[in-house]
Structures are given as C-alpha cells and as structure tokens.
Design a protein around this ligand. Structure first.
Ligand code: ARG
Length: 463
C-alpha cells in the first residue's frame, strides 16, 4: 500500500530525499548573505594579520586581499551566485576566492574557524545597526524638539487614565518623548560600548597554536579590544539580545507615541493633523484619512519584542561553546533591525510633517475641570486652608458645575462663596488654563519657561 502522505512529504521541493532536506535545514546563505561586507572585512583583517605575524607570506596575503575585493565587488554588483550547497556566507566567499586566486585561498582559514568568524561578522553587522539606530534617534529627537519649541506655550489637556487631569503645554508633551528617546539613545550607546570586543582568533572554541595577533585584528575592525575568553567569544550572543532588548524598549516608546497620534488625529480630538504623506484614504468612505503609518509603528513592537523572546529561547539552554542552534540568531535580528529603522524613519517623517491644532488643543485644555487642582492650590496658598480640606471644597464646586453643565470658571463668585466663605474674586485668575501652566514652574514642570529651558538643553546636547 502506498502512503500518500509520506509521498507528498518527500515530493516537490524535497524530491531528492534526505540530502535535499538536510541542505535546506542546514543552509543559512538565504539570509546570512546580508553579512557579506562584514565577512570580507573580517577576512581581510585576518589575512593581513597572518602575514604580519609570519603565518602566511606577504604574497599570499596580497593575493587574498585582492581576491576578496573582487568577491566583494561581484556581490555588490549582483554578479555573485550564492550556493545553498556551500551552506553559508563564509563558505560561499571562501569558495569563490579559491576560484579566483587558487591555492593561497586555502591559507586564509589558518588560525580561525567559522565559529569566531560568524561571531565577528554578526557583531560587526549589529554594531552598524546600532550606529544607524543612533542616527535615527537623533533625527527623531531633533524633530520633537522643533515641535516643542514651536509650541512651548500652547496649552492642551494633560491626562491620567486618559481622563482630563491638568492643563499642560504641547511643548511639555513633546519633550516627554524626547526624554524617552534620549534614554533609548543612551541605551544604544551603552550596548555598543559593551559589545565592542572582537571574537576573531578565538578559533573553534579554544584559541589557536598559531602565533596570531588578536590586538591587531581587533584594531583593524574598529573593536576596542579582543574578547578575553575564547569559549565566551564564540558562544556569546548577548550582544544580539541586548540589541533586541534596546530595540524592544524603543519600539514600545514608538508604539505609545503612535497610539497618541492615532487618538489625537481622530475627528473627536483633532489635536493634530497628520500629513497626507503618512496617511491613506479609505476606498469606500470618502471622509476618512487613516493614520496608517502610526498604526503600523504601533504594531512593530510585536515583532521586535517577538524576536527578542525567540532568541532568548534559542540561547537559554545551550551548553558551551558553539551549537548550530545559534544560526537561528540572524533572521530575528535582521527582521527586528529592518523594522526598527523603518519605524524610526516613519515616526521622524510624521513628526516633521504634522501640524498641532493650537485652537483645538486650547479648547480641550479648559474642559473637564482641568484647573480644579489650581483652585485647591489657591485656597491652600491664599486662605491657608489644609490641602485635604481645599480638595473637598473643590470637589463640591466641581459637582456644582457638573450639575449645571458648565465649567469651573462659569460659576459665579456667590456660587463659590456658598461652598467656602473665604473665596474671593482672585480665584478667577487661577482658573484660566494659561495661568495654570504658567504657574507650574517647578523643575521639570509644564510651564513654558521650563519647557524652553529643556529645549535649550537638548539643542545643546544634539549639537
Ligand atoms: N552558518 C553558521 C552560523 O550562522 C556559521 C557557523 C558554523 N559553524 C559550525 N561549526 N558549523 O552559525
């Protein structure tokens, strides 16, 4: 009896049987070709070092150097044929080098292994991405600082529980995100400094008996120093995990801000108008302008944090040193990096393009009894009433206004006095939202003066 299921399984792509299946599961060339430039840079540094230490001849090193440059230009120009049978980028490059320069190519792999090679390539790749993320964050921070400067004294409602709390300034709200993305930037820099140790020369796991100079390769590749333990150097992927966790935290910040933009751009809020360049229309509802870029940024945190979790699970039970499981590190990091960079660019574009609707912000700022705290504070300051009592009186006035369907400043002085005799005409000055924000001068507070000071500090920091 023929087993249809197994026939189908062995059919199609895997018709050739176990060999084809093994090749498919084993190969990483489909994705690790993205590290071609790093692989060739690592090999050039290694070959130069082997010549300097007398392990190979200068002639061989020169042939290797020129051959690698040819391979790189073939890859860059799309004239390179990647082979799955050659498994990964390391063997694809080396095999092609052999075709071009012959025998000296075989000397390149002296005193190294694919284990330290892949760790080096991957670190170089992740390091480039950290640099790109730092640039992206700086652009985004600068765009937010510009928004904050333009609207340093524009009033808007501040929320807790998404309920109107106290008036704040637009500039203050923008600068809150500047602080978050500023910490992301410092996390990027920390991660970069910590990972900047070179694995090359750790060889398979134990080091090598050849008299290599690891300081020389580390320096040539822009690392601070060689990694100090060969077992660790080939086993460590925490630099990739740190990249993913920094990316996850930043993506979470991007997602929160994106969520606010979705809410703020709705017809019910109208706090901001997003540009057409970062929105789309609906195919059926002509009135709609959808904040698609913001929604997609909001969603990106899912796959980025997913990558972090996935790599954590890959690594968690691995004995030292290298295991093939670790080949599963790259696709997660590549995907997270691509989407992090894209989200940063899209957010910067949206922030640069968006218009804050000053009038809508101001109209909303005064609603919802947003200056109730100012009323209570005034009673404490002027009437020397204990805060808890002032809170109680204010609550009664809010209830009165609510019952009448008006706002606090719409109550008459007589209304106020009916709740607390001591209240005088002066109270009406503190019930205005402009007064409210201007009074919050404490360090880090929402007063325009404070916002401008923070804007100046950031402008100086960004240079
Ligand atoms: N393609 C492999 C990876 O990405 C390279 C290292 C292979 N090392 C080995 N001993 N099989 O991890």
């Amino acid at each position: 009896m023929t087993d249809k299921t197994s026939n189908q399984m062995w059919g199609g792509r895997f018709a050739a049987g176990p060999g084809a299946i093994m090749e498919a599961i084993n190969a990483s060339i489909g994705f690790d070709q993205r590290m071609a430039a790093q692989d060739i840079a690592g090999s050039r540094a290694h070959a130069a070092m082997l010549a300097a230490t007398g392990v190979i001849t200068d002639n061989d090193a020169e042939a290797i150097r020129e051959g690698l440059l040819t391979v790189l230009s073939e890859i860059d120009s799309g004239n390179f044929t990647f082979s799955t049978a050659l498994e990964d980028i390391h063997m694809n490059v080396e095999a092609r080098l052999k075709e071009i320069i012959g025998e000296p190519a075989g000397r390149l792999h002296t005193g190294r292994s694919r284990n330290d090679q892949v760790a080096t390539d991957f670190k170089l790749w992740v390091r480039d991405q950290l640099d790109a993320a730092a640039n992206g964050l700086e652009v985004l921070i600068a765009a937010l600082v510009d928004q904050a400067e333009a609207g340093a004294d524009w009033v808007m409602p501040g929320f807790t529980h998404l309920q109107t709390a106290q008036p704040v300034t637009w500039g203050h709200h923008m600068m809150a995100y500047v602080e978050m993305f500023g910490r992301d930037l410092s996390r990027v820099r920390d991660a970069r400094a910590r990972m900047n140790e070179c694995p090359l020369g750790a060889a398979a796991l134990a080091g090598t008996s050849f008299p290599i100079d690891r300081d020389m390769t580390a320096e040539a590749l822009g690392f601070d120093r060689p990694a100090a333990n060969s077992l660790d150097a080939v086993s460590d992927r925490d630099f990739a995990l740190e990249f993913l966790s920094v990316a996850s935290i930043c993506a979470m910040h991007l997602s929160r801000f994106a969520e606010e933009l979705v809410i703020w751009s709705s017809a019910q809020f109208r706090f901001v108008t997003l540009s057409d360049r970062f929105s789309t229309g609906s195919s059926i509802m002509p009135q709609k302008k959808n904040p698609d870029a913001a929604e997609l940024i909001r969603a990106k945190v899912g796959r980025i944090f997913g990558a972090n979790t996935a790599l954590m699970m890959v690594m968690k039970g691995l004995p030292l040193a290298y295991s093939k499981d670790m080949q599963e590190d790259k696709e997660q990091v590549f995907d997270a990096a691509d989407n992090w960079m894209l989200a940063l660019a899209a957010m910067s574009g949206m922030v640069k393009d968006m218009t804050a609707n000053r009038d809508s912000l101001a109209a909303a700022a005064g609603s919802g009894f947003s200056t109730a705290t100012d009323l209570a504070d005034w009673m404490v300051r002027v009437l020397k009433v204990p805060f808890r009592d002032a809170h109680h009186v204010t609550g009664a006035l809010v209830a009165m206004a609510e019952a009448r369907g008006c706002d606090l400043p719409d109550l008459s002085l007589a209304d106020m006095k009916s709740v607390h005799e001591g209240i005088s005409d002066d109270i009406f000055t503190v019930l205005g939202v402009e007064n409210s924000v201007n009074s919050r001068l404490s360090y880090g507070g929402t007063a325009p003066e404070q916002v401008r000071a923070q804007v100046a500090r950031w402008k100086k920091a960004l240079g």
